[in-house]
Write a protein that binds this ligand. Sequence first.
Ligand code: NOJ
Length: 798
Amino acid sequence: MRYGHFDDEAKEYVITRPDTPTSWSNYLGSTGYGAIITNNAGGYGFYRSGARGRFLRLRFNSVPMDQPGRYFYLRDQESADYWSASWQPVGKPLDAYESVCRHGTAYTIIASRYAGIATEATYFVPLGQAFEYWRLRVTNESDRPREISVFSFCEFTNQWDTYQDRVNLQYSLFIVRGSLTEDGLLRIAIQDHLTRETEEGIIQDIAHHAWLALVGADLIGYDTSREAFLGPYRSYHNPLVVEQGRCTGSDAYGDNACGSLQSDLTLQPGESRELLVMLGIGDARSVGVRTVDEFGSLDRATEELRKLKASWHAKLGSLVVETPDEALNHTINVWGPYNCLITYAWSRAASLVYNGERDGLGFRDSVQDALGVVSAVPDDARARLELMLTAQVSNGGAMPIVKPFEHRPGHETPPDPEAYRSDDCLWFFNAIPAYVNETGDVGFYEKVLPYADRGEATVLGHLRRALEFNLERTGTHGLPCGLSADWNDCLRLGYHGESLFVAFQLRLGLTVYAQIAEQLEQPDEAAWALDHRQSLDVSIQACAWDGDRFIWAIGEDGTVYGTHESDEGKIYLNTQVWSVISGAASSEQAARCMETVNEHLATPYGLMLSAPPFVKTSIDVMRAVVFNPGVKENAGIFNHTQGWGVIAECCLGHGDRAYDYYRASMPAAYNDRAEIRQIEPYVQGQTTYSTFSPRPGNTRTPWLTGAAAWAYFSATQYILGLRPEIDGLRIDPCIPSDWDDFTATRRFRGKTIEIEVRNPDHVCRGVKTFTLNGEPLPDNLVPAKKLQDHNRVEVVLG
Ligand code: NOJ
């Protein structure tokens, strides 16, 4: 079933049926002022932190779905009929009500048509600002004059700390006040007596403020008391004020605050009127008034939306492709990189599922998220990597969470020894070279940065400490200890239990370190890494191969996990694919273990993380047993890992199989079957229910997931094979054999490269001829030195 379509020209996803199986959401704003909005205008807003800066309320996991939000109610004053500018919350019958929602790059437009009145509501946060616009156009499409009242509505939290707002009601119900200022703005103040003006005017001690303004229409009335607006025993679908057609002028004084501004429009047949609601944080009397003075006009809002789109579209322009698969084109040209940028910005802190339990940047997640944005926003990626490097502890391990606005390098308290995770800093070996290879900024390796707790080192020094951290913590088989967890949050091997996944990551890290040391002309360092790699290879081969698969791990007590003999979790995806990615597997082992993956873990919806599910295994060893079989780490399809499966198959030259795996978990491939995934067909979800569950294909936890970066990285760098290296751009596609060709326009180090790849022999991989600007080249590297401003590369596979 289909609920919408992709509009790549506008870089929008267009939802034409509002009754989507789950709320289909979008992000507005920035890490300073962020907002989430759904196709039915549900959602919330937050300042700097989804958990501790939540100023607009949403009831999570509630019924009806995704309420409240940013609403416009409309009332026909003649007939007394009322509806909303988004299908919900009033929810008129869909045979009489039309809704089209366009989710774009950090803006959302929701159009409606009902009873001869058309509306279009546009929501966005202007670049770099701490307020949002809701722009409404109302058009009378009927043949008689109409009297239409418009009421805005949003609901504020009583405390910006989302947990306190929900649990500490004996306190939080007595601290909010709402009023209309002399300038005609709504002022919502929490703990108003504690307000201290600061230059920023945003956060003053523990007092918090928000404001609302109406521009472009007369203010007829207002309400700031939610109870007065809704009325007792009513809900968002039938507010008393809207039903009666007039705001009451209520001032919230404790209980709960809302923001409703009423305007009355008289519309002749065919006439349109536009108005703006502006909602921001800070004191209405200072910040609010200043902001309305500067930004409060329809023309200014038009200009701000133009700037916002231009900025986002430029970020998405680093790679534009045309392949035989339209779903892949939507993914590479718009939604994949947009998803990566949103995940990079918000980590796992704010979505319709992440409700504040995870605050700040999870270390391993954020380092991996950087991978997805190095080509779109290289400077931001570098800044993020620097932040993460300063969250590395001087012993080489990592702070588990980094709070960007509070982080104090050199002064952080390191985690307790047993709290370190074994994989955290090893992700640097993927992300940092990706940044350097993209930009050619080799000097980055020599930049000196502090550790989180004390001391400092060059970036290369940080990388060495990362390797030493694992080399110094090995178990009885010479493999790295799993510590409190490896990538898999659920793994409990005992502190000295050994993780084969980390062993493979370490191997890759040693290889990458040796390459970097060579680039920096430090042969001793390269030799040091290669010596360790050799010993590690011996340890791996001595204990980790089980005939047709690599084992998963070895517990502190010597138990071997992930073998033929295991009853549960006999085969684990990550150790197979990482044996290939890291180069640890011999060619026979690589081919064999990837066959085993195909036989035991492949489903039509993606690769399962392991099989069979855990039911009897002790929770002390495998916490995945807490999840229903076939979900998340318990033999679910963990989408974060799908890109690794794709990369491993590409490493083996298996373009057909790599693409089958990619497509199985590509959101856009489900656009016509959206009922299977249920979540947005334009973004990744963390987990897909596997065939061990009764609902295979259902996908959960949209947007914020490591799947975003790895899906984009694996498709662009391995399937399309556009792989930055220090000396240039390698072009080494590994595509489905039935593709005739594809084209790509790649922005690379300030230059543009137009690439045409033809596949007359229908191979998966292998470059037969290669020309740059008409000149045949000896291999498939576009040398950075030879690049002009505009370049043309022709590649023939065969
Ligand atoms: C989700 C977490 O955010 C991530 O850090 C972890 O690697 C995966 N779960 C797997 O457990």
